[in-house]
Write a protein that binds this ligand. Structure first.
Ligand code: CDP
Length: 806
């Protein structure tokens, strides 16, 4: 154990700590099909629930008859709003301070809304019986276009709140209005626009998309009538919050509710909120006294649980003639669907959208967001994004390109001219954020040098000339995007969920033999937490990562935490892990001093041990100290070696990146080939470079999906036309481009290990980069802004509009 033959460097390598490309420990079970997911759970006597759903987007329920469904052999009960109403459970609170119907009472507000819940002893019987629930509807006028929601004669959607003049975020201007949120200096911004040499204005819409994780949302609820205890296994990104909400709604004491999130097959924001399926399964279990399983199918997942985006941003930039930005103005219409079920910190109705000044030094800015109701599914989740940051990045990165075009400048040059400079950090933006650290110019220059930017532009120019001469039918686009994320929600002074501060936690316990169990308040959905938290502990405590077990997702054992979304795990729980480890290390140092009979100040840390300063032969390893903690602690010290940390971050972390994409567009077919995609990311201290690369690959693939094809589309009658993978684009390995990844490292000054989050960066930076590339291909022909998604058909239509198909 006291391996004298190894150098410090060899001992450090043996730990597999921070900076090491440690293989993912969870993959041992995942690649063998041995993961344990909610739908794997089989309990004795388990029942199955399924929904009858509305075929209409807006209709009054004239009659609801469950007799035929109840008569099906194997059906135990059918729940409707009439059953839930006496329990006050027909509506549930949302994270955004609104309520959402659990089962539709008098009318339905979007297609596939839940109307009745059938409980049967077999999944297929439940599904067949759900079809036999008889509902008579009377159709009502439908709002699909959010710009029409607040028209004077617009149909009234939410009859339950029609007379409420105040919502959770202030006054409502109209019965279909949810909130208006404003930030920045309006007068100074207006003045900047009056004085500007050049201005641009563009409606930049980010279409409705869906996180579409491989595993849909699901749960098993089991109520024990004897003990009065409820256990819920579910696909929960935030298990503790689900427990608290379940307790508040059901009035079951919180300590009698056990929430367990087993392995989760992808979340991406889809599994943050609470859904009618959870409430109905819990009620059904209480009513029947038996466990009840609810598992969404793909159509239900895509059409009812948690969409993302649907932001329609009118962006204006003011600038001097030589390309210095002087002001930014953005007004957004945010389509929230039938209920405001956005998953944002409570005080942020538009999330962190005010990061819309991006990576640039805007002297002044003003942003305003109006949330509206429509006949679409509720949601508004952070799909691999930190609360509307993706929308903001898309908005500013498109707008900067449009400004560059108007100024006749290269988009990279305009960015270089306006990026926040290294010496300006910590930098306070015009919209109030304090960016912690960055070295933006170095990052963009490195990206440009690596891809050979000047050469690409020369090639593009030659191709444009050839196109004009009729020698080619292909256009080349070079997309540049520079983004700053804001992750690690968040400081308790301004971030809470339903009144619970957004801290997170880690509890580390060292066993006598030096092996470790660490439990955290976050919950991995595939990000590799079991691997990486162990690496932080390994480095901090000098214990081998393979001897450290990381556990998440069981509210009975894990300390209270706010969960995993918005790339907050590393910024918040990663910090908690380091802080808890340091508490343990401080105690271990006192034990070492006692054993070595020196003052603790006379000891120094050396990778995996405390040694006596000036006498390195005298040391105690952490493994030895773990043993000693259980039998030879100094007089007056409690035995044991464990610690817990609840970490309230002092600030967010601000990862950033420079992305460049090259596309070739065939104008006759619209087929757009991604020739090259280069992504440079800076997430501060890198815990596991291999996992980071995996996160970037995954996020870029999602960004590719969104930019090049994804849309949850509704027709004028409110029918979802993209509710299956036949119609909703999910890229496979066949379509996905090859990714080139790179990095710089600018540690966060306030994070204990200098790490920033990374999981969402590629989605945030990737989408505008693809969009800029496609737009760039067409702009020499006079096109300013082409809306996403850039699928082949739409791109063909753009060429048609531009008269390229003679
Ligand atoms: O909250 P979430 O896990 O989705 O996002 P994250 O904090 O960005 O972490 C995603 C994965 O990347 C985790 O396994 C992290 O430990 C890892 N990561 C890393 O190795 N180094 C960083 N600086 C940030 C994240």
């Amino acid at each position: 154990m006291n391996d004298q033959s190894l150098t410090s460097a060899q001992r450090a390598e043996r730990l597999q700590g921070m900076g090491c490309k440690r293989k993912r420990v969870e993959d041992i079970r995942f690649v063998q099909g041995k993961g344990s997911y909610v739908d794997d759970l089989k309990l004795p006597g388990m029942l199955y629930g399924d929904f009858n759903r509305s075929p209409h987007a807006h209709a009054r329920i004239k009659k609801l008859d469950t007799a035929k469904a109840k008569a099906v052999p194997g059906v135990l009960a059918v729940l409707t709003a009439a059953d839930l109403k006496p329990l006050n459970l027909h509506y549930m609170p949302t994270l955004a301070g609104d309520v959402a119907a659990v089962l539709a009472e008098e009318k339905v507000l979007y297609q596939n809304q839940e109307v009745a819940f059938v409980i049967a002893n077999d999944r297929y019987v439940a599904a067949d019986a759900a079809d036999l629930v008889e509902v008579e509807y009377e159709g009502l006028p439908i709002i699909v276009d959010p710009f029409k929601a607040m028209a004077a004669n617009a149909p009234l959607l939410r009859e339950d709140i029609k007379d409420k003049t105040d919502g959770a975020h202030g006054q409502r201007k109209h019965y279909n209005h949810i909130f208006n949120w404003q930030l920045g200096d309006k007068d100074a911004t207006d003045a900047a626009f009056r004085k500007a040499d050049v201005t641009i204005k563009e409606l930049i819409s980010y279409q409705r998309v869906h996180p579409s994780p491989l595993e849909t949302c699901q749960c098993v609820a089991s109520f024990d009538k004897i003990k009065g205890e409820l256990t819920v296994w579910g696909t929960f990104q935030a298990p503790h919050v689900i427990r608290t909400v379940a307790s508040l709604i059901s009035k079951i004491p919180e300590h009698k509710i056990h929430v367990i999130a087993p392995d989760i097959g992808g979340g991406f924001g889809n599994k943050v909120g609470a859904y009618p399926g959870y409430i109905c399964a819990i009620v059904a279990s209480i009513v029947t006294g038996r466990p009840v399983k609810w598992v969404e199918d793909r159509i239900e997942n895509l059409s009812t649980t948690a969409f993302a985006r649907d932001y329609h941003m009118t962006a204006e930039i003011a600038a001097t003639r030589d390309g210095k930005v002087t002001g930014l103005r953005v007004h957004t219409i945010a389509d929230h669907g039938a209920f405001d079920a956005c998953a944002d910190p409570s005080k942020w109705p538009a999330g962190f959208f005010n990061i819309v000044t991006g990576s640039y030094d805007f002297p002044t800015a003003h942003v305003s967001v109006d949330g509206v109701y429509s006949n679409k599914a509720p949601g508004g989740v952070a799909y691999r994004c930190s609360f509307r940051v993706t929308e903001a990045a898309y908005c500013i990165e498109r707008a900067m390109d449009i400004m560059a075009q108007k100024l006749g400048m290269d988009p990279a040059d305009l960015r270089m001219k306006n990026l926040i400079r290294r010496e300006q950090f910590p930098y306070t933006s015009a919209l109030g954020w304090e960016y912690d650290s960055g070295d933006y110019h170095v990052a963009l220059q490195k990206a440009m040098d690596t891809v050979g930017y000047a050469k690409l532009r020369a090639e593009q120019k030659a191709k444009q000339d050839a196109f004009r001469r009729g020698e080619t039918r292909e256009l080349m686009g070079v997309g540049v995007a520079f983004f700053t994320e804001i992750v690690g929600a968040g400081p308790s002074r301004n971030c809470d969920i339903l009144g619970i501060a957004m801290f997170d936690s880690a509890e580390i316990r060292i066993h006598p033999t030096g092996s470790v169990i660490a439990r955290l308040g976050t919950k991995s959905q595939g990000q590799g937490h079991e691997t990486t938290y162990a690496q932080i502990i390994a480095t901090e405590l000098g214990l081998v990562a393979d001897n450290i077990t990381v556990e998440e997702g069981n509210t009975d054992t894990a300390p209270y935490g706010l969960g995993t979304y918005g790339s907050r795990s590393t910024p918040v729980s990663g910090a908690a892990t380091a802080v808890a480890a340091r508490k343990i290390k401080a105690k271990a140092q006192m034990i070492a001093a006692h054993l070595l009979e020196v003052h603790d100040d006379d000891l120094e840390w050396d990778v995996d041990r405390f040694r006596v300063k000036g006498n390195p032969e005298r040391f105690k390893t952490m493994t030895e100290l773990a043993w000693a903690a259980y039998n030879s602690v100094p007089p007056g010290m409690e035995p044991g070696l464990e610690a817990v940390s609840y970490y309230d971050p002092p600030n967010m972390t601000y990862p950033f990146g420079a992305y460049i994409c090259v596309v070739d567009v065939d104008v006759d077919t619209g087929v757009t080939k991604v020739r090259r995609f280069y992504a440079l990311d800076d997430c501060g201290t890198r815990i596991n470079p291999m996992i980071i690369e995996g996160q970037i690959h995954g996020g870029l693939t999602e960004a590719f999906g969104i930019a090049m094809g994804q849309e949850i589309h509704y027709d004028d009658d409110g029918n979802v036309t993209t509710a299956s993978f036949m119609d909703y684009f999910l890229p496979t390995a066949v379509e996905t481009p090859k990714w080139e990844t790179d990095w710089t490292t600018t540690p966060s000054p306030h994070h204990p290990i200098g790490a920033k989050g990374v999981g969402e960066s590629p989605n945030v930076g990737g989408v505008p980069c693809f969009a800029n590339a496609v737009n760039d291909a067409f702009k020499f022909l006079g096109s300013t802004h082409i809306a996403m998604p850039h699928d082949h058909w739409r791109t063909w239509a753009v060429a048609e509009r531009l008269g390229l198909h003679q």
